[in-house]
Design a binder for this molecule. Structure first.
Ligand code: HEM
Length: 374
């Protein structure tokens, strides 16, 4: 039975769901679906490898910037937000990789969701995976608040679609973009019925530094359950919110990031949206948008980046070929929740292991920010 906690004064009237293991419910055929998803992703990845003769990630293959900075957790958070690594004021070094979602390297002229993967170095706490000896906490975010294919069953359909269209990415992404806008012929062309499940899968040409990035699925937030997001907060990136860029060519997104950080820094506010009602804010279906009016996104920390060379050759190689971001790199207090998160345990390990093996690279979990090259 889940219990409710309405302890501190600021959340009076807004009782936050208390985390218990039974907020998660095993879905039918999870093991078999996981194996199928992994097989399909491996086949698609092989196609990409043969083309490049270099291994790329099964997802988010193309990077646009590798940033170093810090995560600042200030004092004075309300008690219910003092959870996990946010329990105490602290400043942690971070490394962040900005990316596009497909598992292959496409031109930026093809619309795609963008990723912001954050690695917080040197956190304390009981690790989620015994084999993850590192001291880091990763948060993987995408610039869409929900995952259109938000259950393991739906995700199985998505990877099928991605595999069938691996050789024609422009067609697939444009069809998905059309379908997302409710154009029936576009959806039918790829054998789907347009609807909510497709909403947001394809994005156009928004400036990626003005976007808000979301965990899409839920995670444990100490005593509670939350979705995490990062929103532009310094004036220079707030000015980029909703800004369409163009004309777009193969490398536009990287060029925007490099150009910005050549002379300027940036700040993003990290926020938690706490679950108040498991029926309206489900854990097992990441395609459901958690309504803001049931629970707002509340600030928990600041991500701060100084000006830097965001895509030097050594940064790119380290970020793309050496680093691995993984939602299961972290502590029990931030356990990823729901079937879409459980399937990621094996998916990230498999993708990272194969990538490092094929590129003959060491699998290194950084222990100090000095390990990230300039
Ligand atoms: C909640 C939904 C999800 C979010 C927010 C998310 C986000 C991300 C991000 C930001 C990256 C890039 C990491 C980097 O820069 O290294 C990534 C990579 C990846 N994602 Fe996801 N993802 C989600 C769901 C999934 C699912 C369901 C799967 C597979 C079943 C998956 C498989 C992968 C794989 C294999 C990689 C590459 C790992 C590597 O080679 O290091 N993701 N994801």
């Amino acid at each position: 039975m889940s219990t409710l906690d309405g302890s501190s004064h600021r959340d009076a009237g807004r009782p936050y769901l208390r985390y218990t293991p039974d907020v998660e419910v095993q879905q039918p055929d999870e093991a078999a679906l996981t194996a199928e998803i992994l097989d399909i992703m491996a086949r698609s990845n092989h196609v990409a490898f043969e083309r490049h003769r270099h291994a790329v990630r099964d997802a988010h293959a193309k990077s646009h910037g590798i940033l170093t900075g810090e995560l600042v957790i200030s004092g004075g958070l309300p008690a219910y937000l003092q959870q996990g690594i946010f329990a105490r004021p602290a400043v942690y070094p971070v490394v962040v990789r900005l990316s596009s979602a497909p598992g292959d390297i496409h031109s930026d002229t093809i619309p795609a969701p963008r990723g912001m993967a954050i690695k917080v170095l040197g956190v304390k706490g009981e690790r989620l995976l015994p084999e993850d000896a590192g001291g880091n906490q990763d948060f993987l975010l995408v610039n869409i608040p929900v995952l259109s294919f938000g259950t393991i069953q739906a995700y199985r359909q998505l990877v099928d679609l991605l595999e069938k269209n691996a050789r024609n990415p422009a067609f697939l992404q444009r069809a998905l973009a059309g379908a997302a806008r409710g154009i029936e012929s576009a959806a039918e062309a790829i054998g789907l019925t347009p609807g909510a499940t497709l909403r947001g899968l394809a994005r156009d040409y928004a400036h990626l530094l003005g976007e808000t990035y979301h965990s899409m699925a839920a995670l444990r937030f100490g005593d509670h359950v939350a979705k995490i997001s990062a929103a532009p907060s310094s004036a220079n990136v707030r000015a980029l919110v909703g800004k369409e860029v163009g004309p777009v060519d193969d490398g536009t997104m990287r060029n925007l990031v490099v150009e910005h950080f050549r002379t300027k820094g940036a700040e993003y506010q990290l926020r938690a949206q706490l679950c108040t009602d498991l029926a309206a804010m489900p854990v097992e279906d990441a395609s459901v948008l958690w309504p803001d009016d049931l629970s707002p996104h509340q600030p928990i920390a600041t991500l701060r980046f100084p000006p830097q060379d965001a895509y030097s050759p050594s940064r790119r190689v380290y970020g793309d070929d050496v680093l691995s971001f993984n939602p299961w790199h972290g502590i029990q207090e931030h356990r990823p929740l729901g079937s879409i998160m459980r399937v990621r345990i094996a998916a990230y390990e498999r993708s990272s292991a194969r990538r490092h093996m094929l590129n003959a690279q060491p699998r290194v979990e950084p222990t100090s920010i000095e390990q990230i090259p300039d």
